[in-house]
Design a protein around this ligand. Structure first.
Ligand code: ATP
Length: 319
């Protein structure tokens, strides 16, 4: 392998830059030329491709977002779109591609692999919704952003003796909600993976109130429904004054945590190693702190689930 390409695709995540840096530096370390493709698969189709040097990725390890920009590209889901991408890869004599993104982006990588272009996926998404890895790049940073916000909201909740409903991101996964709930001692956490537990939430609120508790924090994962709707239901079912905060895109940005930078560096470098070894159509991940790789299709056929031990623990600690 003499030339490889790297792109970021789907929603951006803090730590993507650290992953790009690792891909570029590890490739150059192995005397492989590396090309950055801007704007994800859209940039691949458009030929937005440029050679990267050691210095191209200087001063980015600490930055959120992605230096290569990200995009969603409907055209790439079509045969014609993929063919255009392949033509660009051929033109630049790129022999392998590293795709940093979420499960949708991995499908694009798989399609290219099936058409003869070896691709490796690196999981970059704050949602932590990709099976085959304990953590995705960006999850830890988003989690810390959420915790910082909830700590601040808690001050107001306490001062005004209110119930706060906080809606967090995560697409169809409840990991951000569950982990932030545990880390912040929330009274209830609502995740899409579990059935509606509204009655239990109300019972817990009333029990706390009866014992003199004046404020509560309820975290709702976006995949479980709207925080605004949930807060209305709470007000209807109790006489507690309720407020809602939707944290939104603040969760996607910011300087990556040390943990995300290290994870991104390990996964990015490992992806290069796999391409050198002749692997293709797989994603890299971390399981029990060990680097692993799995076939993309096998992974995407698995259903994501939240950690049930953590879910039970969050309930036990918020009696
Ligand atoms: P996140 O979930 O964090 O936003 P993602 O990678 O899952 O990231 P998607 O919007 O699902 O985000 O996918 C990103 C891009 O990957 C799409 O815009 C498209 O270009 C490509 N893609 C998605 N699904 C396919 C597919 N089935 N075949 C080819 N390309 C695909």
């Amino acid at each position: 392998m003499k030339k490889i390409g790297v792109l970021t695709s789907g929603g951006d995540a803090p730590g993507m830059n650290a992953a790009i840096r690792a891909v570029v530096r590890k490739s150059i370390y192995h005397e492989i030329e590396v090309y950055g493709i801007k704007h994800g698969f859209q940039g691949l189709i458009d030929g937005s491709i440029e050679k990267m040097e050691v210095g191209s990725v200087g001063d980015i390890i600490q930055r959120g977002g992605t230096k290569l920009y990200s995009a969603r590209c409907e055209e790439f889901k079509t045969e014609e779109g993929q063919q255009k991408g392949i033509e660009q890869l051929r033109k630049h004599e790129i022999e392998g591609l590293i795709v940093i993104g979420g499960d949708g982006s991995f499908m694009g990588a798989k399609k290219l692999t099936e058409k003869g272009y070896p691709c490796i996926g690196v999981p970059g998404t704050i949602d932590n919704d990709i099976p085959g890895t304990d953590f995705t790049i960006g999850f830890d940073t988003a989690l810390n952003t959420i915790i910082d916000a909830i700590d601040k909201i808690r001050d107001t909740a306490t001062s005004h003796e209110r119930t706060y409903v906080i809606e967090v991101m995560g697409r169809n996964a409840g990991d951000l909600a569950l982990w932030s709930g545990l880390a912040d001692g929330a009274e209830s956490v609502i995740v899409p993976e579990m059935d509606d537990e509204f009655a239990e939430v109300i019972e817990r609120l009333k029990r706390g109130h009866d014992r003199g508790k004046k404020h509560s924090i309820i975290i709702v994962a976006e995949g479980a429904g709207s925080g605004v709707d949930f807060s209305k239901r709470v007000e209807q079912a109790t006489d507690l004054e309720t407020r809602v905060t939707v944290l939104g895109h603040t969760q996607r940005g910011g300087s990556p945590t040390a943990s995300d930078r290290v994870l991104a560096s390990r996964l990015g470098a490992y992806a290069v190693d796999l391409l050198i070894e002749g692997k293709a159509g797989c994603m890299v991940g971390i399981e029990n702190n060990q680097l692993v790789n799995h076939d993309i299709l096998e992974v995407l056929n698995r259903k994501h689930s939240v950690d049930m031990d953590l879910y039970r623990l969050s309930k036990e600690l918020s009696i």
